[in-house]
Design a protein around this ligand. Structure first.
Ligand code: TXA
Ligand code: MG
Length: 320
């Protein structure tokens, strides 16, 4: 198990020596290493069992530092950064040679984000390199939204977990690309499409159903717990007499037949923000209950953060 604490100096020292530290952000916890250091980056891929074709997001403390490792920042990207950084938005930019090809899986763009969490902000300000940080979960599993989640799964692979409490947003950042004329959202996330369009006008939203996605990590089956998880509409209730082994992850209302103690409501008050914050911990809680063998779930209203929640539900329930 990793050591857990709030010692920024310690986290800094480990990162400077090429080690890995889990860091809190407002979206999910990240598994961080020095983005300029090939060895540290390799250790991230190994710890997560992440395929090398799936590039990492580079985190830094502010827009002013981004120019040192990228080639250019398009006007619309700058507008979004000014408005939403620090925050749950990742922008793809052309990289320069300081970013190793390992980080970007050989692509000429690098995904960049300035996270909004005071501990990680302080840490990033104190470092003279950016950090590469994917979500701190084994590849394909649910992202961690507190230090205990990280420790349960990756504790043995990491030296230190910087504990910043529960993540305020709870769902990964929105990823946007400016490679084509119309900006393209490659991953729905913690910043809503509506908020983005208010600043830069219409964007295209990538649907992740293709087998060769634009964002290499956007595979259809992802965020999956180890139990079977199915959409309630595709679940054959008729054939069942006993619901004691069925769990349910629901938005704001319990479903009939399934015992309430087997059900997790993401937001009793019907708030999409609260649902985003509790989605991944709900999945984990149900996944860890021994007596539950199948989890049913259903979509939430498809607006604002609901679109990102539905994207995760779609992928968690996709057949591998
Ligand atoms: O909220 C977040 O974004 C969290 C926190 C820790 O910042 N990080 C995160 O990282 O979710 P990860 O590695 O779990 O997801 C990053 C996604 C992957 O789907 C990857 O394929 C995509 O970003 N990505 C990274 N670099 C890319 C690039 N150059 N072009 C296209 N997609 C890229
Ligand atoms: Mg991830």
């Amino acid at each position: 198990m990793a050591e857990i604490g709030q010692d920024i100096e310690k986290a800094k020292a480990i990162l400077e020596s090429g080690g890995l530290v889990a860091v809190p952000t407002e979206t999910v916890y990240g598994l961080a290493g020095n983005a300029f250091n090939d060895e540290a980056v390799t250790r991230i891929f190994t710890a997560k069992k992440r395929p090398s074709f799936d590039p990492l997001i580079v985190h830094t403390s502010g827009l002013e530092k981004v120019a040192s490792f990228t080639l250019e920042i398009p006007e619309s990207a700058r507008l979004l950064a000014d408005q939403f950084w620090p925050g749950p938005l990742t922008i793809l930019l052309k990289k320069n040679q300081d970013i190793p090809d390992l980080v970007t899986s050989g692509l000429d763009t690098v995904a960049v984000r300035v996270p909004a969490h005071n501990l990680t902000q302080k840490l990033l300000q104190s470092l003279d390199f950016p950090i590469a940080a994917p979500s701190a979960n084994p590849f394909g599993y649910v992202s961690p939204t507190n230090a205990a989640h990280v420790n349960q799964q990756l504790g043995a692979q990491i030296e230190y977990i910087l504990d910043g409490g529960d993540c305020q947003i709870g769902i990964e950042s929105t990823i946007i690309s400016f490679e084509e004329e119309v900006p393209k959202v490659l991953r729905l996330g913690g910043l809503s499409v509506e908020d983005i369009e208010d600043v830069i006008g219409p964007v295209e939203v990538m649907i992740h159903s293709s087998s060769k996605p634009d964002a290499p990590g956007m595979l259809k089956s992802h965020y999956a717990p180890s139990k079977t998880i199915v959409l309630i509409d595709e679940f054959d209730k008729q054939s069942l007499k006993d619901f004691s082994q069925i769990g349910a992850l629901m938005f704001d209302q319990y479903v009939d037949d399934i015992p309430h103690e087997n059900q997790f409501l993401m937001s009793e008050s019907g708030s999409l923000e609260e649902a985003a914050k509790r989605l991944f911990s709900g999945l984990r809680i149900l996944d860890q209950q021994q007596h539950i063998h199948t989890i049913v779930t259903s979509f939430v209203p498809n607006k604002g953060l609901g679109r990102a929640i539905n994207d995760r539900i779609k992928r968690a329930t996709a057949k591998p």
